[in-house]
Write a protein that binds this ligand. Sequence first.
Ligand SMILES: [Zn+2]
Length: 232
Amino acid sequence: MPEKIIGHGTWYDKTAKKIVEREQKLGRSLDLIRTESGLGASGFPHIGSFADCARSYAVALALQEQGINAEYIAFADDLDGLRKVPAGMPDSLSKYLGYPVTSIPDLYGCHDSFGEHMTGLLLESLDETGINYSFKSAKKSYEQGLFVDQIRAILMNAKKVGFVKPHLDAILADIDAYRLEEWDPVLAVKGLTTVFLGLSSVGNKGEGGDASAVLDRIARLDPVEGLRLGKG
Ligand SMILES: [Zn+2]
């Protein structure tokens, strides 16, 4: 099927414009802009996993449309731990709960790990639909030390509220904007947990009890997780 542009002024055109404006404001290079989405590798891909990729790719396409060199990175979150035995898979997997999905054997025997099998299925769907991507695996990226400089910078600055707070606010804003607590409570708990741990680590006690409000939200979605974090 030949590719055809079916409209302009969509949210991804607007997002692309915002990105270009932000990069210009920050005085950063526009030589190459990368969009990225995380590929969950802890269960069978579904329409939501595919949509994450498609949306991120759409922004890369919109950037290209605006004359910017852009690429989409499909980043497999394959160091994530297995949270539960996926529906339709044998209970024998329960002994691997909490294991990174790339440390669990592939039940089907065709890949090196459970995680690589699941990632492979999603990548197949991207190939089938003509989504162009550069593939990165979290496991390989960490092993190669790709994030060492960034992690060092974050650790050195973790105590500076001003450094971390805007990122935490952005995560909260996204959770609210997408009404994630209704649509994807598991992902919402993940995001809220990041915010809670971040706020707690920067000692954000004086700012209207933000951390405890976030903890309340977690506890409503996942009481066990709320209790665990509350004790920490
Ligand atoms: Zn396999």
